[in-house]
Structure formats: structure tokens, C-alpha cells
Design a protein around this ligand. Structure first.
Ligand SMILES: O=P(O)(O)OC[C@@H](O)[C@@H](O)c1c[nH]c2ccccc12
Length: 266
């Protein structure tokens, strides 16, 4: 049976082929070389996590599981609200149509602030990594559920060659094992199964026990309260990737601040 992830992968590969035909890799690489210097995504998270929580705040208009999340959607205003509320980094969905994202949203959000930004998309080809850098991205996502090992390695190598960081995303034990063959210290545990959309913080509870000490755990999806963060901190998570619950707030800055207000449990 084909899953949502399979469908996204199929249209994304078509999209990348069309992009390559319209704009050769050499042109994208030239643009990437001219892009704004990278901001230190991984280091910022680790530093924030020394004294509190690292927060990757996501600019997310819609999702395949929830449909439209935020009608009043202004990426630069949202980025500013996140920054003012204490977020460490941004994540900006560029995928469309599933997430109703756009490359321009990433450019606008990052330009509005000083925070490092993740291009949140489904990556399969080094071409997309160069594109990400040309858009200003400081980090890319590798979803282990959707790539082969060699592909993951190519994506990571390409990101490092552009001076970008890499968030490696896993959802089960087998993916985590495969992720450990890569070098990036940022290990994201997605609490949402991208094939069924089932979301449970038990995923982090389970996988955190298998994460080596030299990886920085990023707990992703399904988080909405300061209590969720404190709960996940008991399992070693100090950094969080949060979208929907913040995107549904009228006052994003205040909500971001409130989410981060409680101290990390001793
Ligand atoms: O909106 P949430 O439940 O706070 O989740 C944010 C983020 O983790 C989620 O958007 C996400 C995690 N991994 C992904 C991969 C592709 C698209 C989206 C995602």
C-alpha cells in the first residue's frame, strides 16, 4: 500500500527533475556561493541546551494530517515573533502541496531575523541541498524513513560541503541504527509516524535510550505544553522541534516565551 510518504517522494522526485531541467546544478551552485553566510544551527542548539531548552520553532502553514493550520500566515512576522519569544532556530516548510510551503517563505523568514534556519523539506538529491543553501538555509533535514543509506550519506556530504548542518530524523530503532552511520551530531526523533500520522511521545521515551551520548537529541512533533518539554527532558531531550501548537496561537511571541518559561528539571 502506498503511504503519504511514498506519494510525497514520488512528486518530489518529479519536481526535482523539473527544477534541474529549468535550472542546471551549476547555476544553483553559483547562487549558493553568493548566499548569505551560514549561521551555526547545531552549535546554537547545543549552547541553548546547556542552560535551558533549545527550540527549533517551525513556520508551518498546513500539513497533510491537519490541513490548514494557520490562515493568517506571514513568514517574516512569525519568524520575528519566534525570535522575540526566545526560539533558538527556525524550521521553515518549503514543501508544497502537502505542507503548502514555499521557497520564498524560507527566504522571508530567515531574512527577518538572526536565527539559523532549517529548510524543512523531503530531500533526495544533492541538487536540493545546493538549492537549500542558495535560499539561505543553514541546515537540512534527512528523513531516514524516506532515503537509502547511500542517499543519506550523499545528502550529508553535500550539506557539510556547503558548511550547513544536518538534522537526521528517525522514527524507529532500525532507522536510528542506520542514522548512526552518519556523522551529524543532531539526531531528531520524530514522534509522528510519517506513514500513519500516529503521534506519541512514547517514541522519544523508547528511542532516547538508544541514542549515544555524542548525539544531541532533538524531540520532534506532537509537543504543546511546558509539561511536555519537562517530561521529554527526563528522557534526555533538551532540544525540541515544534510547529502546530505554536502556529495555532494568536500571540506567537507570548506563547513561545511561555512554552520555554519553566526550568529544565534537575
Ligand atoms: O507540528 P508539530 O507536531 O509540532 O511537528 C513539527 C515537526 O516536527 C513536523 O512538522 C515534522 C517533523 N518531521 C517532518 C518531516 C517532514 C515534514 C514535517 C515534519
Amino acid at each position: 500500500m502506498s503511504t503519504v510518504l511514498d506519494k510525497i517522494k514520488a512528486y518530489k522526485l518529479d519536481h526535482v527533475a523539473a527544477c534541474k531541467a529549468a535550472r542546471p546544478l551549476s547555476a544553483v551552485e553559483a547562487a549558493a556561493r553568493e548566499a548569505s553566510p551560514t549561521r551555526d544551527f547545531a552549535r546554537s542548539l547545543m549552547k541553548a541546551a546547556e542552560t535551558g531548552y533549545g527550540l527549533i520553532a517551525e513556520v508551518k502553514k498546513a500539513s497533510p494530517s491537519k490541513g490548514l493550520i494557520r490562515a493568517d500566515f506571514d513568514p517574516s512576522a512569525l519568524a520575528k515573533a519566534y525570535e522575540a519569544g526566545g526560539a533558538t532556530c527556525l524550521s521553515v516548510l518549503t514543501d508544497t502541496p502537502s505542507f503548502q510551503g514555499a521557497d520564498d517563505y524560507l527566504v522571508a523568514a530567515r531574512d527577518a531575523v538572526l536565527l539559523p534556519a532549517l529548510r524543512k523539506d523531503f530531500m533526495y538529491d544533492a541538487y536540493q541541498v545546493a538549492e537549500a543553501r542558495a535560499l539561505g538555509a543553514d541546515c537540512i533535514l534527512i528523513i531516514m524513513a524516506s532515503v537509502e543509506d547511500t542517499q543519506a550519506q550523499e545528502l550529508e556530504d553535500a550539506a557539510f560541503s556547503w558548511g550547513m548542518d544536518v538534522l537526521i530524523e528517525v522514527h524507529d530503532e532500525a532507522e536510528l541504527e542506520r542514522a548512526l552511520a552518519l556523522k551529524s551530531p543532531l539526531l531528531g526523533v520524530n514522534n509522528r509516524n510519517l506513514k500513519t500520522f500516529e503521534t506519541t511521545l512514547d517514541t522519544t521515551r523508547r528511542l532516547s535510550k538508544l541514542a549515544p551520548a555524542d548525539r544531541h537529541l532533538v524531540c520532534e512533533s506532537g509537543l504543546s505544553t511546558p509539561q511536555d518539554l519537562a517530561d521529554m527532558a527526563e528522557y534526555g531531550a533538551r532540544s525540541f522541534l515544534i510547529g502546530e501548537s505554536l502556529m495555532r496561537q494568536d500571540h506567537v511571541e507570548a506563547a513561545t516565551r511561555a512554552l520555554l518559561a519553566n526550568p529544565v528539571p534537575a
